[in-house]
Design a protein. Structure first.
Length: 562
């Protein structure tokens, strides 16, 4: 991307080039209104044209352009508010402002100076990666590749050294071999996942063994990926970067509702310099379509728009509960208190006055998005288990269906889990003990599944999981191993007593040719009920469409006490 100086220089040059046409349009608007002074639409058009100069001039280094534009905008707004047709004195004022703007642009045309540079984009964060392998050559190769990608590496030759590195500072990621002199990489991954915040680091396992069971074991212990030796270094680094940069979050998207091309271009340049994905809605009639299609994390709203006000658009937006927490920033030339009051009444979160400095804009956008995402995470997470709520999980499943339709080769599994005889646990030991059982299962699922897997508390004692990029038999085996581990856990009860319990699970692979979201969910649910009917404490795969009933589901039961 061009530097700030180059970007602003190009935008300023374009602003100057287009100023002549805009001034002609402004002068023509004054003439049309003079011929029909009682036409409210013509008055509003004049207001918008002055508004465009008021909001843009200072941004490109022409403060007098903003002052003249604001004077015309203010007088036009007063007349519109009072419902009074412009008088001869008003037209004399408007034409004087047009002449003043022409002089400002004529003088600016010969200038070569650029506006004061704005601060450059902050340097990207450096990720900290722990590399664990007893092979000196591999450690050096990995450290070198990690350094080439702009990350830092801390190396360890054994489990003890790696644990020391993890204890010193929780890393952003870890790459470990399976066979180590004093233990295995599997137990090291489990150690990392057991630390506070240990579910966040990206973890990749490398091994010379390369058999299927080792890959399942890697997933079971909480690794995010598995690579055979000799390692495809490019593939490994791509996978690591994807895990680190995605951070389980979609790119931050900002929708700018702005009909002035120069203002829209400037906002886009400022926001994209900070890594935001920017969409522009230049016609209010497309606002609803852009909201749905672009799915922004924040909206920047101009107030004066053709045919409708920004206030009305935000009032419309706030009527939809899907956008109840979507932050909206009003960006306008209106400085008066009544404009800020109207912002609050319409449902806006902040009111910035044009021209706004890039630093203030970025700080405000960042703070509002972080706050909104924090609130959304609270709404999307179950209070007891900290897993996704039913609604949030279903939305993720809906996204998986859409992704599968675009990429049919990708496999997706819906796993439905239900605790066995959970009512008897609550009745016998009390609800606080039952809550601890739910929390224990949630914690086990977080430890044993990958960062890319989606886990939710579906309701009561039911849990649901979305697992991508594994085949049905791999998913069944993985969930069966989790079941075996959970069924062997001792849960504390009253008077130092302990007890064990288990769960049943149904697995359904997504087939968009035969099922939609509801069909996928029903397939997993049906498989779960078959597991419970077959005696509980087992995992059952759903019947595929067109397969014979006999032997279509292969129950997998864990050997544990219930």
């Amino acid at each position: 991307m061009d530097s700030w100086e180059e970007t602003l220089r190009d935008l300023r040059a374009g602003y100057l080039r287009e100023s002549a046409a805009k001034l002609e349009g402004l002068a023509a608007a004054v003439d049309r209104l003079a011929a029909q002074p009682e036409d409210d639409d013509l008055l509003n058009e004049l207001l918008r044209r002055f508004h465009a100069f008021a909001g843009s001039g200072r941004t490109y280094g022409f403060p007098q352009v903003s002052a003249l534009g604001l004077e015309g905008e203010t007088r036009s707004a007063d007349l519109a508010r009072e419902g009074t047709p412009p008088a001869a004195a008003d037209f004399a004022q408007f034409r004087g402002l047009v002449e003043g703007l022409k002089r400002e642009f004529a003088e600016a045309g010969a200038e070569t100076s650029t506006p004061r540079p704005v601060p450059p984009k902050p340097a990207a964060r450096t990720f900290d990666i722990v590399v664990v392998d007893d092979d000196d050559e591999i450690r050096e190769k990995l450290a070198q590749r990690i350094g080439q990608e702009g990350m830092s590496a801390r190396a360890a030759a054994n489990v003890a050294g790696a644990r020391t590195a993890i204890d010193e500072r929780l890393p952003d990621g870890m790459i470990t071999a399976i066979g180590l002199p004093d233990g295995s990489g599997y137990e090291l991954v489990e150690y990392l996942r057991g630390q506070p915040g240990g579910e966040r680091p990206a973890v990749l396992v490398v091994s010379a063994l390369g058999n299927f069971l080792d890959k399942v074991e890697a997933v079971h212990c909480g690794a995010d990926g598995y690579f055979d030796k000799p390692v495809d270094w490019d593939g490994l680094m791509r996978r690591l970067q994807h895990l680190l940069e995605s951070d389980k979050q979609e790119p931050v998207r900002v929708l700018s509702v702005e009909d002035d091309p120069q203002q829209a271009a400037l906002l886009q340049a400022v926001l994209e310099s900070a890594g935001y994905e920017v969409g522009v809605c230049d016609d209010p009639r497309h606002f609803e379509t852009d909201l749905i299609g672009f799915a922004p994390d924040l909206v920047i709203m101009d107030i004066l728009l053709p045919g409708v006000s920004g206030y009305d658009l935000v009032r419309y937006l706030r009527q939809d509960e899907r956008y109840a927490t979507l932050p909206v920033l009003f960006l306008t030339t209106e400085r008066e208190v009544h404009a800020r009051i109207e912002t609050a009444r319409a449902g806006g979160d902040d009111h910035l006055v044009k021209p706004v400095s890039p630093g203030l804009l970025l700080s405000t956008v960042t703070a509002r998005i972080e706050r909104a995402r924090f609130v959304k995470s609270l709404l999307d997470r179950d209070g007891l288990t900290r897993l996704l709520t039913h609604t949030a999980f279903v939305e993720r499943a809906r996204g998986a269906v859409a992704l599968k339709s675009r990429n049919p080769a990708r496999s997706s599994a819906w796993v439905m889990i239900d605790l066995d005889h959970f009512k008897s646990v609550n009745d016998r030991y009390g609800h606080p003990v039952g809550d601890r059982v739910l929390s224990a299962l949630a914690a086990l699922l977080r430890r044993r599944l990958r960062q890319s897997d989606t886990i939710g508390r579906y309701g009561g004692e039911e849990f649901a999981i979305l697992i991508n990029d594994l085949q049905e038999h791999q998913v069944v085996r993985l969930v069966s191993r989790v079941l075996a581990e959970f069924a062997a856990m001792e849960h504390p009860a009253r008077d130092n007593a302990t007890f064990r319990t288990s769960f049943s699970a149904g697995v359904a692979m997504l087939d968009p040719s035969t099922m939609d979201l509801d069909g996928w969910r029903k397939a997993a649910d049906d498989a779960l009920y078959e597991a419970k009917a077959a005696g509980r404490n087992r995992v059952v795969a759903a019947r595929r469409a067109g397969s014979p009933d006999e032997g279509a589901r292969r129950p997998s039961a864990a050997n544990s006490r219930t």
